[in-house]
Ligand binder design. Structure first.
Ligand code: SF4
Length: 355
């Protein structure tokens, strides 16, 4: 059985193929699940874009620990450890806590409260067809994460955006179904209760899929992710273990950079001159893989040096980091509470003052 939306709730599926530049005054909403350390995929796929967006727009950036719990519910202490660590990374790489609102999801209970409304009016069939649920059910069963929280994850996501009246969400192409669902949920809510929550629009990230240290797609679940901020000796160790073009059995064998994950990292961290050096040197066997990795390590280290120092200082100064997080949570809560009051007014879910 499928559940259809009412006639005047048209589907958003055809409206979300491309992003447009947000108008001045737009509000950006995004976040990261706090399941692990940040890897460079998180940086190039999300944080780098946030740093650009903050030049023109106010953003609400959440450390999404409830979302993390859908898969890491057995280790909540670790989730909280990574929550703090990830915020320190954002700050170290330049996300401005004054220009934006940086918060912890669980510190703003209105996310969960709005989710309650949304989940009452979201048909099960809308969630059943979300690819991340439909295509990964067996994997979820095997990893003991075939749970209700994971199933309704997109509903919480819709509430995360709506509770701040988010107008734009930076996403990758693979997240289109989630955003479409958020738009459908918001539209249905507005239709049922006469609300005016904005239907969020996408801002697409142009970052291609990153290759992990083992040559497969970079993913925390493959354990092949390259940690965003590493110490120099850790960078060297990670690079040393990376596979290269199998054709380069010996130093004198020429290779093809396009078949090598190391070259993929060079494209992210090396300048044009170094890229040309790798391409020619690899194809003519003029350089060895050790030389190539050494150059890459130097370039990565140069980029990480500044943020690494800031992060180290932040993590050594609990008081300062806690104050920044507390301030962000407080500002997020103030806005979320205002919106929740509005939701209560639209729906009539307001307590009597004598209760
Ligand atoms: S020289 Fe560089 S690009 Fe070529 S195979 Fe070796 S590590 Fe890869």
């Amino acid at each position: 059985m499928t559940t259809q939306a009412p006639q005047n709730e048209s589907s958003s599926a055809k409206q979300i193929k491309q992003s447009e530049k947000p108008a001045p005054g737009s509000l950006i909403m995004s976040g990261m699940r706090t399941t692990h350390f940040m890897h460079i995929g998180n940086y190039h796929g999300a944080l780098k874009q946030w740093l650009e967006l903050q030049k023109d727009y106010v953003g609400y950036y959440g450390a999404m620990n409830w979302h993390a719990m859908t898969s890491s519910y057995k280790t909540p202490h670790d989730v909280m450890k990574f929550t703090r660590l990830i915020i320190a990374e954002w700050l170290a790489w330049g996300l401005d806590p004054d220009r934006n609102v940086i918060f912890v999801q669980s510190e703003v209970p209105e996310h969960v409260e709005l989710t309650m409304f949304f989940q009452m009016m979201t048909p099960m069939s809308w969630l059943e067809r979300v690819p991340t649920w439909k295509d990964a059910e067996e994997e979820a069963k095997a990893s003991d994460t075939h749970n209700l929280g994971r199933f309704m994850y997109p509903v919480l996501q819709a509430a995360d955006i709506a509770i701040y009246r988010g107008t734009h969400v930076p996403i990758g192409q693979d997240q289109i179904p989630h955003l479409e669902l958020s738009r459908d949920i918001v539209r249905r809510f507005n239709f049922l209760y006469g609300g005016n929550l904005p239907e969020p629009k996408p801002i697409f990230s142009s970052t291609p899929t990153l290759i992990g240290t083992d040559g497969r797609k970079m993913s925390k679940s493959y354990n092949n992710a390259f940690q965003l901020t590493q110490e120099p000796d850790e960078i060297t160790k990670t690079l040393r273990a990376m596979p290269t073009d199998p054709a380069r059995i010996r130093r004198e064998n020429p290779g093809e950079p396009l078949k090598c994950a190391v070259y993929g990292f060079h494209k992210l961290y090396s300048n044009t001159e170094d890229l040309a050096w790798v391409e020619t040197g690899c194809r003519t066997a003029g350089i060895g893989c050790g030389d190539c990795k050494k150059k890459l390590g130097d370039n990565i280290n140069a980029e990480m040096m500044g943020p690494r120092e800031i992060k180290r200082k932040l993590l050594a100064d609990d008081e300062k980091l806690d104050a920044i997080i507390a301030d962000g949570c407080q500002r997020a809560r103030t806005e979320a509470k205002k919106q929740m009051d509005q939701v209560r007014s639209w729906t009539g879910f307001q307590g009597n003052s004598d209760w």
